[in-house]
Design a protein around this ligand. Structure first.
Ligand code: NAD
Length: 500
């Protein structure tokens, strides 16, 4: 739509996090004629992007970053990571803003509303630095109406003669599969003002994506619809998890099995099988934050029933974690005092090192309150991260971070599985993770074979190491219960009644 054509040669991405870094790496790979720069106020993060140990662990990411960043035979480098923010903004025709928008901690809307201070700071910086007309793309997840706030800030602080066009282009990647999602998106939303210059900017961004995304997947819509679509998508994905988890509670109380139920329900083509894995609960930096934001927006719009409806999705998730902890305590004769618990997995899901809002944080803190001695193993999360998340110092009496699952399980009374890493599964259908070319336990993924850290757990060996009865509390339904029971374990799975 629109006749005026804008050309994009240089892109700057403000915010080199889980979204900004991988997104820039994909654009640089698929559009080698463009110069793509990632800038961040965090100099350590930029240094890590320029090293062999990237700040973000994602399968296949290093393979994408390295040739674009360093160049290779037959290709010039076109991916730059820099702290020179103003200079890179000046050079860009199009600026993505992909900074953090966490839940506000204090003040008006605390605990629900989004904290837009980083987004506002980045927007002001673009306004002041740009010396030519620039397209500014809102990539962060934001409340509806934020694009208008950005338009105002940009216009009020622009250098004389400089014009900005704001687009909304929410990101739908999921951590752990970010590269695949970015390379093969279900859809790309481009929200714009319904004016000639708005459409021209939208077309320019569409041309960037068209380097690898089929045109029919590029959807243009107005700014509000685009912003709200992101919140709606996350709310509906999380709602599926809370829905299946609510059924898991019923299954545990009667003689029904949640996996059979999910299979049976998912065969209905109107429902489909995805996102129906019952678990200890969802985590990650987005679902809870975005739903709470939706609750806040609904309240602000005087729609209390809508707010209550979405708030329940978060409440059921919290209930699910609390139920899981209660089951652990009740099964283990109502006391965890001085008992050793091995926690397998701390990341909020497999194939990421991210622990933000991980169910593991909530569950482990509750186990600490029961005076358990907890030994944690995760193949990807660093010890300092675990200690920081649990707010404990190194050398803490209750928390130990183990470098192997067997160390964690030695003399343990129970194993609690909190992340569905493939290495913990003994199900026949699962493959060894991570695939050979992305192993190494490092973000660079350059190792030729899986690192020992990712080798499949030998459950017979675990059983021999443990105190008896040896409990497994499977918060992700990742092990084959029957096989483990044959080995002598007592297995408590989500959505399956206790056998004892
Ligand atoms: P992140 O915290 O990993 O990265 C954000 C980066 O922005 C940080 O490195 C921070 O230092 C930088 N930053 C903040 N203010 C800046 C400024 N003024 N100038 C330059 N850099 C600045 O966050 P993330 O997980 O990448 O998420 C970014 C946004 O994308 C959020 O709004 C989030 O809701 C959304 N999102 C995240 C995901 C996900 O899976 N992580 C998926 C879709 C959308």
């Amino acid at each position: 739509v629109g006749s005026h054509k804008r050309e994009v040669k240089s892109i700057c991405c403000i915010g080199g996090g889980y979204v900004g870094g991988p997104s820039a790496a994909v654009i640089a790979n698929k559009a080698p004629h463009l110069l793509v720069t990632v800038v961040d106020i965090d100099a350590r993060r930029i240094a890590a992007w320029n090293s062999d140990l990237l700040p973000v662990y994602e399968p296949n990411l290093f393979e994408l970053v390295q040739p674009a960043r360093d160049g290779s035979s037959g290709r010039e480098p076109n991916l730059v990571f820099s702290t020179d923010i103003d200079q890179k903004i000046r050079e860009a025709d199009l600026v993505f803003i992909g900074v953090n928008t966490p839940t506000k901690k204090t003040g008006l809307g605390a605990g629900k509303a989004s904290d837009l201070s980083w987004l506002e700071a980045a927007t002001r910086r673009v306004a002041r630095a740009a010396t030519k007309d620039t397209i500014v793309v809102e990539k962060s997840t934001v409340p509806c109406g934020t694009a208008n706030m950005m338009r105002e800030i940009l216009a009020a602080n622009a250098q004389p003669g400089v014009k900005f066009e704001v687009l909304s282009n929410p990101e739908f990647l999921a951590e752990g599969t970010a590269v695949r999602n970015l390379l093969h998106p279900d859809r790309i939303l481009i929200g714009c003002l319904e004016t000639e210059s708005g459409y021209a900017a939208a077309n320019a961004l569409a041309d960037v994506y068209a380097n690898w995304v089929p045109r029919e997947r590029l959807i243009t819509l107005n700014l509000w619809s685009s912003e709200l679509a992101k919140l709606a998508a996350n709310a509906m994905l999380a709602q599926r998890i809370s829905s299946i988890n609510s059924f898991s509670a019923i299954c545990e109380a009667v003689d029904a099995n949640i996996q059979d139920l999910a299979y049976a329900v998912g065969l209905d083509t109107r429902i489909g099988p995805k996102m129906l894995n019952a678990s200890v609960g969802f985590g990650g930096s987005c679902f809870k934050k975005d739903i709470l934001n939706l609750v806040y927006i609904s309240e602000s719009l005087h729609l209390p029933e809508v707010a209550a409806y979405w708030r329940m999705v978060v409440e059921v998730n919290e209930y699910q974690m609390a139920r899981f902890v209660k089951r652990i305590v009740n099964s283990m004769y109502s006391t965890l005092s001085n008992k050793k618990i091995a926690v397998l997995g701390f990341a909020y899901k497999k194939d990421t090192g991210d622990t933000r809002e991980s169910a593991a944080i909530t569950v482990v803190k509750s186990l600490m309150a029961e005076n358990a001695s907890i030994h944690i193993f995760d193949p990807q999360v660093r010890e300092e991260q675990i200690m920081a998340d649990l707010q404990v110092e190194r050398g803490d009496k209750q928390i130990t971070v183990s470098s192997s699952p067997y160390d964690a399980c030695q003399d343990a009374h129970a194993v609690v599985i909190l992340t569905e890493w493939d290495m913990f599964s003994n199900k026949a259908s699962k493959t060894l993770a991570p695939p050979a070319n992305e192993a190494g336990g490092m973000a660079n993924g350059g190792a030729a074979k899986p690192s020992p850290k990712h080798e499949k757990v030998d459950w017979a060996r675990v059983g021999e190491l443990m105190e008896k009865p040896a409990y497994v509390f499977d918060g992700r339904n990742t092990v084959d219960k029957a096989v483990l029971e044959d080995l002598g374990f007592r297995v408590e799975a989500i959505g399956v009644a206790s056998s004892s």
